[in-house]
Design a binder for this molecule. Structure first.
Ligand code: PLP
Length: 405
């Protein structure tokens, strides 16, 4: 037997730079639960956890694929019929694209990771919205690239501040991340803003990563794809079955590399990287096909349920003294703020809320906004009665918290 030492195995430095607040905060919630308090989890955007059901025909497609023996590796770009279904769906929405430019991915998340790795070198800059969905900055930390946060403005429905965005562009800027509809703010960008983003990308030779995972969840109906405004723009679009098809645990999504020949090298690079992970889960490729070719009537009911929850959320939060909440227009998130007493942080507020009421939200600084801004994110997927009771508790807690100073 070799002699053993007790030194811990060293961990790579990049792990210290990596952070993903949405899940990190769960450790705190578990500690609160261990003390016997019920925790109401409003931290993660999973409709299934709140009783929304995956449509039967998708479950059937996935299980049929397994029963039919589709249990081996599939092509690393995905099963042909699924790629055709994605390309047809995009064409029907005004983005004509060949199936050869589609990859089936392990969720939107993997598409984003593949694209950033294909496009961004260590030391490069990437424009990400502030607040942002934190996966982008987490991946950039692994790559060793810098996020440059462009402001989105709560006084203007959380729309991007285009002048600020422009001021951040340098020779090292490679990519512009656009999350529309937005997590964590629930914002939807009007056509004029979308056009301005496309123009900026054009002027400065940037590739747009268009995160369109909530595109079908506008409260008034599905939203156009960004690329439909200019099918020749350098846009790579991402989505999945996680949100609008109510199957986040399946880890099934797609990535569409716009038709412009300017993206041919990027497409080849993404495919090269995708080869290295062999493939996305095979049976789920068949579920993607079923999602995009089958019945979508569940989406209308889902959108209606979200709109109602969004209304209850905005009304009740804005009635709490010291709290402000911009009305969401899509998806199932809001990012309200409390006017924090001097010296307090959003994390202090969120952890105090958790410990005193069992309500788990995520601090705004986890999405890249300053910790003193008092922002925190709520997932409003619970039913309206439960939301009303949660917001009553948040109100009582907040009054007390602010009075304590
Ligand atoms: C803006 C945004 N992009 C991507 C993802 C990841 O989605 P997926 O489950 O498809 O990987 C999420 C999940 O919450 C998200 O909010």
């Amino acid at each position: 037997m070799p002699t053993r030492n007790s030194r811990p195995v060293p961990v790579a430095g990049r792990v210290n730079r990596f952070s993903y607040a949405i899940r990190n905060i769960v450790a705190e919630a578990k500690a609160v639960e261990a003390q016997g308090r019920r925790v109401r989890y409003l931290n993660i955007g999973d409709p299934v956890a709140f009783g929304f059901r995956t449509p039967d025909h998708l479950v059937e497609a996935a299980t049929r694929a397994m029963r039919d023996g589709h249990n081996g590796y599939v092509p690393s770009v995905g099963v042909e019929s699924a790629r055709i279904a994605v390309a047809s769906d995009y064409a029907a929405r005004g983005v004509p694209v060949s199936p050869d430019r589609v990859l089936i991915t392990t969720g939107t998340s993997e598409g984003i990771e593949l694209a950033l790795n294909a496009l961004v070198d260590e030391g490069d800059d990437v424009l990400v919205p502030s607040p942002t969905y934190p996966l982008y900055t987490a991946i950039l930390a692994k790559i060793g690239a810098q996020p440059r946060y462009y402001r989105t403005d709560p006084d203007r429905d959380w729309l991007p501040d285009l002048d600020h965005l422009r001021s951040l562009i340098s020779t090292r800027t490679r990519v512009l991340v656009v999350i529309d509809p937005n997590n964590p703010t629930g914002a939807v960008y009007p056509t004029a803003v979308r056009r301005a983003l496309l123009e900026l990308a054009e002027q400065h030779d940037l590739t747009i990563l268009a995160d369109e995972v909530y595109g079908d969840l506008g409260f008034t109906g599905p939203l156009p794809l960004l690329g439909s405004l200019d099918p020749d723009a350098p846009v790579i679009s991402f989505s999945s079955v996680s949100k609008a098809y109510l199957a986040p645990g399946w880890r099934a999504g797609w990535m569409v590399v716009g038709s412009t020949p300017r993206l041919d090298d990027a497409l080849a690079a993404v495919k090269k990287l995708a080869d290295g992970r062999l493939c996305s889960p095979g049976p789920m490729n068949y579920a993607v096909e079923a999602a995009l070719t089958g019945d979508r009537s569940h989406q209308a009911a889902f959108r209606e349920a979200l709109a109602e929850r969004g209304r209850v959320t905005t009304e009740m939060l804005n009635a709490i003294p010291g709290m402000r909440c911009v009305a969401p227009k899509a998806a199932f998130y809001v990012l309200p703020s409390v006017s924090l007493p001097p010296g307090r942080t959003d994390e202090h507020y969120v952890l105090s809320l958790l410990r005193e009421t069992g309500i788990l939200c995520v601090n705004g600084s986890g999405f890249g906004v300053p910790a003193t801004g008092g922002y925190f994110r709520i997932v409003f997927l619970a039913n309206p009665q439960e939301l009303a009771s949660i917001y009553a508790d948040i109100g009582a807690f907040t009054r007390d918290y602010l009075a304590r100073g």
